[in-house]
Design a protein around this ligand. Structure first.
Ligand SMILES: O=c1nc[nH]c2cc3[nH]c(NCCN4CCCCC4)nc3cc12
Length: 373
């Protein structure tokens, strides 16, 4: 087990890459999908079940944990890994995005953001310094810079101003992070859908220097075509020897398209959130298990899937427990979705290593076109 943080690039196939991020708490195989554990739990999953799906790393949220139970309390109790019984790597988002999407009465200044908690209306402040301190108290292995993610659509001037503020905050985040061997600080590229602003942002981040680089400001309503358009150039502005993390993505075909464009890491609530609502992702497309047509169907969700939901239960059973609002419903479908997302990641890692990623992508898309699901 290493004491340092490092990234080993193992193979490339076109723009796609596969490698390993080495951390003191374990290795992260890339391309990697990070299940979201917002309030110190991946909802409806035991940590050992999350690991059983193949996840090497989880995402936690500064915004939620600072409000409840607070970073200081988690620190007093031994840190987030011990608190939630997940001893492998954790990446924490820095809170700015969640403040803008969840909190009330927000005030943005050069210093940072003040806001009212969506839980109890209490007043709080997040600055680059406070966000980095919270992530340190949590014991996060990969810390994200405190940034501002502008809502799209926005005019170019607004996007440029916001990006330059985020770059000043990236400088302050780096300063506040200090020297923490074995831990990493990732910068976040902004710039909306403007290629020159994206390049300016990447240059600013490279000058500061980070252990990894995120592409932020996407998956905010721009749609897949515009997102892929940005990913056709943005990753190339980033250092080739550091991990590239696309934040908040996404559906299976978003994930595949992002890896094909040079992305190494992603996170999204989709598999877990949809699992709780009865939406199952399968190799043949999406199955809404609450639909009446599944009520008598003895088949598994997906014949080719080895997860507990597909190995031990029929669609009829899954339909029943969702219709009856039984707790096991969200557990089984969350497990299936996370298992399927990790199966996609493993398939891509193997294909890139074998130089067959083109064929793998063709098969991935062909499967989805067919079959009654
Ligand atoms: O620019 C960002 N900086 C920090 N954190 C972020 C998180 C993000 N999450 C998303 N998109 C999340 C989309 N997700 C899709 C499934 C339903 C809930 C929302 N974009 C992001 C950009 C950022």
């Amino acid at each position: 087990m290493t004491k340092r943080f490092s990234f080993d690039l193992k193979a490339t196939d076109g723009k796609a890459r596969t490698g390993v991020i080495n951390t003191p708490r374990g290795e992260v195989r890339t391309p990697a999908f990070m299940p979201v554990g917002t309030a110190a739990t991946v909802k409806a999953m035991m940590p050992e079940s999350v690991r059983a799906t193949g996840a090497d790393i989880l995402l936690g949220n500064t915004y939620h944990l600072m409000l409840r139970p607070t970073a200081e309390r988690i620190d007093r109790l031994g840190g987030l890994h011990k608190f939630m019984n997940w001893e492998r790597p954790i990446l924490t988002d820095s809170g700015g995005f969640q403040v803008m999407s969840l909190a009330g009465l927000r005030k943005l200044t050069e210093k940072g953001v003040t806001f009212k908690s969506h839980i109890d209306g209490s007043k709080h402040e997040l600055t680059p310094e406070r966000s980095i301190e919270i992530q340190r108290l949590l014991g996060s292995d990969i810390v994200m810079c405190f940034d501002e993610c502008p809502a799209l659509p926005a005019d170019r001037e607004r996007i440029a101003e916001s990006m330059r503020l985020s770059m000043r905050w990236a400088e302050r985040s780096r300063e506040a992070f200090g020297d923490r061997p074995g831990h990493a600080l990732f910068g976040i590229m902004q710039g909306g859908l403007e290629q020159d602003l994206r390049e300016e942002s990447a240059e600013a981040l490279r000058k500061i220097g980070f252990e990894g680089y995120a592409v932020g400001g996407l998956a905010v309503g721009e749609g897949q075509e515009a997102m892929f358009g940005c990913l056709d150039y943005a990753p190339d502005f980033l250092p080739v020897d550091k991990p590239r993390y696309l934040m908040g993505v996404g559906k299976p075909d978003d994930i595949v398209g992002a890896v094909a464009r040079g992305i190494d890491m992603m996170d999204c609530v989709l598999p877990s959130r949809s699992g709780r609502t009865g939406q199952a992702f399968t190799r043949h497309g999406v199955v809404n298990i609450k639909n009446a047509r599944h009520a008598d169907d003895p088949r598994p969700l997906d014949e080719n899937c080895s997860c507990p939901a597909c190995s031990n239960y029929s669609r009829a059973y899954l339909h029943h427990v969702f219709r009856s609002n039984e707790m096991i419903s969200g557990m089984l479908l969350t497990w299936h979705n996370l298992h399927y997302f990790q199966e996609i990641m493993q398939g891509m890692r193997d294909a890139i290593a074998a130089g067959t990623f083109e064929a793998w992508q063709a098969e991935f898309h062909a499967q989805r076109a067919q079959g009654d699901i």
